[in-house]
Write a protein that binds this ligand. Structure first.
Ligand SMILES: CC(=O)N[C@H]1[C@@H](OP(=O)(O)OP(=O)(O)OC[C@H]2O[C@@H](n3ccc(=O)[nH]c3=O)[C@H](O)[C@@H]2O)O[C@H](CO)[C@@H](O)[C@@H]1O[C@H](C)C(=O)N[C@@H](C)C(=O)N[C@@H](CCC(=O)O)C(=O)O
Ligand code: ATP
Length: 453
């Protein structure tokens, strides 16, 4: 064991070694290993300890901990993608194995595509027969843990829930100062869950591990489910919009969705599983599922409360490495898209003030915008709206005197718009609310009225 070296292609087995939770400290340890190599220990710390857990709630916490262990393993499994998966210290049933296969295969879709790997049929979680449905009703208190990511989406949800009078705690995972500042700006109760990846993963990455995107949203979701049980809360609320269900269309490969774990397929499978197998009265849902990215942007633009605090630029959220000096790098797909999506709904000086520059008047950004428009390129592997949303937003700006002379708007009107069907360029149809969602029905009725106001 002391001589063990990470040799990606020689590794045969990925092991889920054990998971533990200490109610006195709020610390969960999620332990993995390759073959008989060193233990890889990821640590999750839920503030609020000590936690007093009675019989049924303690059992639900144990089930949530195992689900978290199984989902979080994706970060380590991907480093070698070995043929065999083993679960050393507990057993899972066929339903749980099916959920995990769905999450690993699809959540690692971009990773597999970029590395030229085929994961279909390769990910096999050992399992027994189905244990049957029947998670108990725990009598959880009516309260929402709302995930906050520092960008516009979660802020739209938080403000909607505030307006609708839903009691909420603004919750985030990890040490981002930007998210903390946004959370504090809400003026609501906050909960910051600590997360430390096993340090060896960074060594393995340097030593030739497979690397690439992992389904981080479902991982954060599993963390919040555990935190909800510990804090006796009946709702875990995310802010994943309808557009997240659509990936990039790649010639020869089909659809590859960077944000698969923000999509409806993941939300419905994960949310149903939580209610069937963990706690029948724990509701996991995305409040923004009925909305397109443009509809979310329109909603965000209604208030300027967060203009000086939020950022959707993912470059702020690296564990290691540099972050943009003024919250917006201005050159990545998310900066491009958010600028474009907000532009039809916000006065121009306000938007330029938020990002610090006018991205649509910068010819150097042409290729970036072409990818968003799916013009001579595919939609970027990032959390951006659908191509039709970008095209509709630019078409709207091409009609506005304050925007139409800007370099990229003018180019769109001259070169790209004539190749498109005018009927597909209207914004209004993209703002219609969708019915595919799992928001608690009474809340959905009130939310629909609020969003339509
Ligand atoms: C901040 C970011 O975008 N990171 C992505 C980037 O990672 P990078 O290597 O540049 O830096 P770090 O994030 O600091 O990660 C260092 C290494 O750690 C590993 N890792 C990290 C987190 C984790 O949960 N598991 C891990 O294994 C990984 O090996 C890193 O190399 O590129 C990576 C490869 O494409 C991405 O996976 C990183 O994405 C993060 C996991 C992340 O948190 N990204 C979110 C900002 C993000 O993409 N959110 C999407 C949601 C999409 C989804 O749910 O799938 C969004 O904006 O909506
Ligand atoms: N560190 C985090 N902890 C908990 N939840 C997070 C974290 N980062 C992102 N999320 C949540 O994951 C979901 C997807 O994140 P995403 O980045 O799309 O949203 P956002 O930051 O609210 O908005 P934007 O799209 O403008 O960046 C959101 O519900 C967000 O709240």
């Amino acid at each position: 064991m002391t001589d063990w070296k990470f040799q990606r292609d020689a590794i045969q087995t990925f092991r889920f070694v054990r998971c533990t939770f200490d109610a006195a400290t709020g610390v969960a340890q999620l332990v993995y290993a390759f073959d008989d190599g060193p233990e890889l220990v990821e640590t999750i710390t839920v503030p609020g300890a000590p936690f007093t857990l009675d019989g049924e709630r303690a059992a639900a916490v144990e089930r949530a901990l195992q689900l978290l262990h199984l989902i979080t393993g994706v970060s380590y499994y991907k480093a070698a993608v070995p043929d065999e998966i083993r679960i050393d210290s507990y057993a899972i049933d066929a339903d749980t194995a099916a959920l995990l296969t769905l999450i690993y295969e699809n959540g690692l879709g971009e990773f597999a595509y970029r590395n030229g790997l085929n994961l279909h049929g390769r990910i096999r979680f050992p399992h027994g027969a189905n244990a049957g449905d029947g998670a108990p009703v725990l009598g959880l208190r009516e309260h929402a843990l709302v995930a906050i990511g520092g960008g516009k989406d979660s802020l739209v949800s938080i403000e909607a829930l505030r307006t609708l009078g839903v009691a909420q705690t603004v919750t985030w995972v990890g040490g981002s100062q930007l998210i903390k500042a946004c959370a504090e700006r809400t003026g609501l109760p906050t909960l910051n869950v600590g997360r430390a990846l096993a340090p060896q993963l960074f060594d393995y990455n340097r030593e030739g591990a497979w690397n690439g995107h992992i389904p981080v949203t479902v991982l954060n979701s599993a963390i919040l489910v555990l935190a909800a049980l510990l804090h006796d809360v009946d709702q875990v609320v995310f802010s994943n919009e309808r557009s997240a269900s659509y990936g990039s269309l790649i010639e020869g490969a089909g659809e590859v969705n960077h944000q698969w774990s923000k999509g409806w397929a993941c939300e419905s499978a994960f949310g149903d599983h939580v209610q069937r197998r963990i706690a029948a009265d724990l509701h996991y849902y995305s409040l923004l599922r009925p909305l397109s990215e443009l509809a979310v942007a329109r909603q965000f633009a209604k208030s300027d409360r967060y203009d000086a605090h939020f950022s959707s630029c993912n470059r702020n959220f690296h564990i290691l490495g540099e972050r943009p000096a003024n919250r917006w790098c201005g050159v990545c797909p998310k900066c491009h898209f958010v600028f474009l999506a907000l532009a039809p709904f916000m006065p121009k000086p306000r938007l330029v003030g938020i990002l610090g520059r006018n991205l649509l008047d910068d010819p150097a950004q042409t290729a970036g915008y072409d990818a968003l428009l799916e013009f001579q390129d595919h939609k970027p592997f990032e959390c951006v709206g659908e191509g039709r949303e970008s095209r509709a937003a630019l078409a709207a700006l091409a009609e506005r005197p304050e925007w139409r002379e800007d370099a990229l708007v003018e180019r769109f009107a001259r070169e790209i718009r004539p190749q498109l069907d005018a009927g597909d360029l209207r914004i209004e149809p993209l703002l219609v609310l969708d019915d595919e969602q799992r928001i608690p029905p009474a809340l959905w009725e009130r939310l629909r009225a609020h969003l339509s106001a």
